[in-house]
Structures are given as C-alpha cells and as structure tokens.
Design a binder for this molecule. Sequence first.
Ligand code: ZN
Length: 103
Amino acid sequence: MSQLTQAISEVQERLGSLQDEIERLKRYVEALEEENIRLKRELCAVPEQETNRVIANAERLQGVGRENLMKLYREGFHVCHLHFGQPLEDGDCLFCRAFLRRD
Ligand SMILES: [Zn+2]
C-alpha cells in the first residue's frame, strides 16, 4: 500500500469513528430530552409542598457522579429525585433503579 493510500484509509477510519460518536451523542441527547419531559411530568404529579424538595434533590444529584450514586444506593440510600439521601426502607426503590438504569 502506498503512503498516500494508507493516509487516506486512516482518515476514512477516523471519519467512521467520528460518525459513530455523533450517532452516539445524538441518541444521548434524545434520551436526555425524553428524560427531561418525563421529569417535568413527574414533577407536576408531585404534591406542591414537595416540589421544592424534589428540585433541590435534582440540583444535588447533578453534582454527584454515577459511581457515587451506585455506591450510595448499595449502601442503602435513595438516589432518586423523590427521596435523595434518605435511607432505603424496603432495601429497594423503583425510582432509584429506574434512575440508575437510565445512563
Ligand atoms: Zn429512591
């Protein structure tokens, strides 16, 4: 293979992986948009006095990495928007699991 042919195939390879990355990001953005809509809907279903608490939880959650959330959940604490930081009473929470599965 000539040097030029090799250079071209390298560029093609890089373009290919960039396209994959763009597709991945597009799907990620779509998932985030869906989640945003879902959360807005969920927030509307929460009684008014709890809305501020849920918003505060969502803000706290943004600063916590996924690994730490997993760890927190395994240690027996909620990581969902509704009960963030509170002890898991039944050892399990559907909201937390949905939240952790999401990423
Ligand atoms: Zn929970």
